[in-house]
Design a protein around this ligand. Sequence first.
Ligand code: HEC
Ligand code: HEC
Length: 193
Amino acid sequence: MRILLIVILGGLLPAGASLAQDIDAGRKVAGICRTCHGLDGFARIPIAPHIGGEPAAYIETQLRAFRDGSREHEMMTVVASSLSDQQIADAAAWYNHFDVTATLPAGENPDDAPELCSTCHGSNGISEMPDVPNLAGETNIYLETQLKAFRNGKRNHDIMSPIATELDDKGMQTAADWYSAITINITDPTKPN
Ligand code: HEC
Ligand code: HEC
């Protein structure tokens, strides 16, 4: 299973060389993002996801998807349409450079994490793979909206679409409840606390 996953995920990495990323330039781009995602990627509004510490490849893929219309959202479509490839690469480097840690609610056992999801998203909602997003601490509404979008075809992905198609509303709720109950902490490793 593990090897299969690596092959699948490996196949999804974008072809072609990626642009050199500049964290400082990304901080400037993040000025456009901060009202919703915070400068540190800890979301300031419930419908926006936390993006601090997300894999850079994932952030880039999503910004490109919003820009080319394959993922749609009234706010992000507008934001992404104004970004150059370089700004996308820099913003991804900026938000990726944060450390994110996740804590399960007291008394929860990691073994009770939704089994179908934890292989890729971790039992604590922190991904260990470059193209897989963190789910820890995202709101219930965000998680369920995304799962439904994969299920109804509004959002498409080789791996997530078939998984979401297998889930009923109850299954989505259970997974969303698990990951939204996790507390996250985002810190800047380049700054002493
Ligand atoms: C006006 C608010 C707003 C601004 C400004 C904004 N975003 Fe977003 N962003 C959102 C919302 C809302 C979503 C969730 C979209 C959805 O439900 O599909 C989102 C989603 C994303 C995602 C997808 C994350 C995931 O987990 O799939 C990324 C990446 C992202 N934004 C990056 C950025 C960057 C980088 C900027 C600045 C250049 C930015 N956003 C500016 C509101 C905003
Ligand atoms: C084989 C690996 C794999 C498994 C198993 C998996 N996912 Fe995913 N998941 C992904 C990848 C890759 C993405 C990114 C999709 C994209 O690029 O649009 C993703 C995206 C998501 C998103 C969107 C997150 C965001 O920030 O927008 C949600 C929600 C999600 N998965 C929930 C689940 C749930 C719930 C399960 C279990 C029922 C699950 N996933 C199982 C690989 C996986």
